[in-house]
Design a binder for this molecule. Sequence first.
Ligand code: COA
Length: 389
Amino acid sequence: MPDNVGRYAHITGWGAHVPARTVTNEDLSQVLPTSDAWIRERTGIQERRIAEEGEYTSTMAIQAGRAALKVANLDPSALDLVICATSTPDYLMPNTASLIQDGLGAARAAAFDLNTACSGFVYAVSVAAGLIKGGLYDRVLVIGAESMSRVMNWSDRSTCVLFGDGAGAVVLEASDRPGGVLASKLGSDGSGGDLLKVGLGTRLPITEGAVARGETAMTMNGQQVFRFATRIMNEATREVVEQAGLQLSDIDLIVPHQANTRILAVAAKQLGIPEGRVFSNLQRFGNTSAASIPLALVDALAEGRVRAGDHLVFVGFGGGLTWGACLVEWSYGPSRQWSPGQRALRWTRDRLAQVKRSLHRLDRRLAVAGRRRGKGAGEPWDGLGPGEG
Ligand code: COA
């Protein structure tokens, strides 16, 4: 058993990636019975990014992951684990995290997806921190990535104006220096599963009728979700602060799930925290589900809103219903300084990982092609097919 005493999980790298295509409220009002004024007033959203053809959850996640590794000055082969928080995976199988692991060239890393919708990033950070503190892993890449535009019913104005696409990532590393992820509190209430739902899955056959009725796209009870979100953001934040042995007044910045400015305003009021200490960038990106907290974190860092030693709360809520909050003592300034030599070494190792990945992929293709041409004979299981054993 490893000696776990005095192990901490610090966030050492961060990065984001959003599609280039911006869709404004005005654009939506050209194709839907909606208006810029309605969307701004009810949600605070002004525009969102929408993935273009050839852009997927995994491809955005790989870009965000690369950016985070660069900040941490870590090459992909140093990673032990990749967790992708997403409710819009590329496929049901293989899992998106494995596509990311391959895309980054993180040859040593295990990989799995985690789906708790908009709470996904907080869940994934909590799991990663637990695995690090427990001594199982030293370096974990956590990515929240979503292609929400692909599961929208684009004729339902009450949902499709709210969501957007993107990816954000953090690197967590083990250290004996106190700090990092200090506490986390996760929760679920599956009785509210129908309030926010994307029916794609094995339970609902994907028939033309189901698609036409919008059953395979997102459906939402907006008012019920609004009530849940404000209540749970308040409760989860209070609980995680208490668990860390701190006071709400010790919190320098709350980085919440970016759903709606009215939700954030109500929650700030209930918490007795000035709205200025609740970070928001949903004006530009809308609700990007599991990607929203890391996208907000990266923006908060870029705006100089986070300093070393600050206490941050990440708080998420969404489909499931699920919710979660993490309290993080921030370890670094807004940018990390590396010497040119350190950067060059990482760059070289990163390229090496890419080359190894390409060779590995080529090897696999050749093996598949070889078997197709009947060159795979002699494998141990040959002759053990049905009726041959
Ligand atoms: N443009 C114009 N009108 C719209 C509209 C749109 N995009 N979407 C809905 N409306 C209309 C409704 O049809 C309704 O019209 P009616 O009164 O003629 O029936 C009217 O606006 C009010 O609808 P309502 O649903 O009561 O609005 P609301 O004030 O509750 O705001 C939400 C709707 C979705 C913005 C709000 O409920 C919300 O933000 N909920 C939380 C959603 C969320 O964050 N989900 C993700 C959580 S992770």
